[in-house]
Design a protein around this ligand. Structure first.
Ligand code: IPE
Ligand code: IPE
Ligand code: MG
Length: 252
């Protein structure tokens, strides 16, 4: 199923966001503020992932997307990068069976070719094993960049043929790596920074943005509820006036 573009068709808005996308930031500062090595923050961050996956499933969120490693994170010290890779592998090893039992569909998107072969294999196995699940879809963005995604989609679109003058937003969007998901309703960034850092550039066009100073390892169900409560206060106009929105609610 392909989802329509929020700039072309006004999406249906529900009280519980269907799709939550999170930049899990602040692991390093969480650790250094405790006089611990940065990597201890990443280990603690994996626990927060488990908590938030369960919390989202319990609240009826259908798609949860987590930014785990950006295309720019290779710029970090080599030893930190290798700890992150190892954590990713152990998390896959330990968590996939439980996720599968909980009907969670696991997806990993990004340029996976740069990962080591064993990790690529584990990712393929996790995705294949959970592909038929119908509960929460958990997407991990790994070696992901919004610009990379738009560029790879554009290359596929051009390769598919057709006249450039006839290309539509939907034509491009169907080649994005998350074409299986609707655009995010709610974006959360923990850790205090207020930027997108090359996350889902195309899909965030009309997403509600929420920033919190809480470091990712401290982000829990209660913190998620605060973000959802903030989301529920927003008026999602998609370009229309507030009056039009009131009218359309009366009509439906
Ligand atoms: C987010 O935490 C995790 C990754 C980017 C992999 P950081 O490691 O960026 O933590 P801070 O921002 O340095 O505190
Ligand atoms: C964004 O966090 C990427 C992930 C959480 C995976 P960063 O910590 O890398 O972002 P910047 O560098 O502060 O923008
Ligand atoms: Mg950071």
């Amino acid at each position: 199923m392909t989802h329509s573009s929020s700039t072309q068709v006004i999406p249906l808005v529900t009280a519980v966001p269907k799709h939550v996308a999170i930049i899990m930031d602040g692991n390093g500062r969480w650790a250094t503020s405790r006089y611990m090595p940065r990597v201890a923050g990443h280990a603690k961050g994996v626990e927060a992932v488990r908590t938030i996956v369960e919390a989202c499933a319990a609240r009826g969120v259908q798609f949860l997307t987590l930014f785990a490693f950006s295309s720019e994170n290779w710029r970090r010290p080599a030893d930190e990068v290798s700890v992150l890779m190892r954590l990713f592998m152990t998390a896959l090893e330990r968590e996939v069976a439980k996720m599968h039992a909980n009907d969670i569909r696991v997806k990993v998107v990004g340029d996976l070719s740069r990962f080591d072969k064993r990790l690529q294999e584990m990712i393929a196995v996790a995705m294949a094993r959970t592909a038929g699940n119908r509960g929460l879809t958990l997407t991990i963005c790994a070696n992901y960049g919004g610009r990379w995604d738009i560029l790879q989609a554009m290359k596929k679109l051009v390769a598919s043929g057709g006249a450039a003058a006839d290309f539509t937003e939907e034509d491009l969007a169907q080649h994005l790596s998350m074409a299986y998901a609707p655009e995010p309703d709610l974006f959360i960034r923990t850790g205090g920074e207020e930027r997108i850092s090359n996350f889902l550039l195309w899909q965030l066009a009309y997403t509600e943005l929420y920033f919190t100073d809480t470091y990712w390892p401290d982000f829990d169900g209660e913190a998620l509820d605060l973000a959802i409560a903030s989301y529920q206060q927003r008026e999602r106009r998609f370009g229309r006036t507030s009056e039009q929105l009131v009218e359309s609610k009366k009509a439906s």
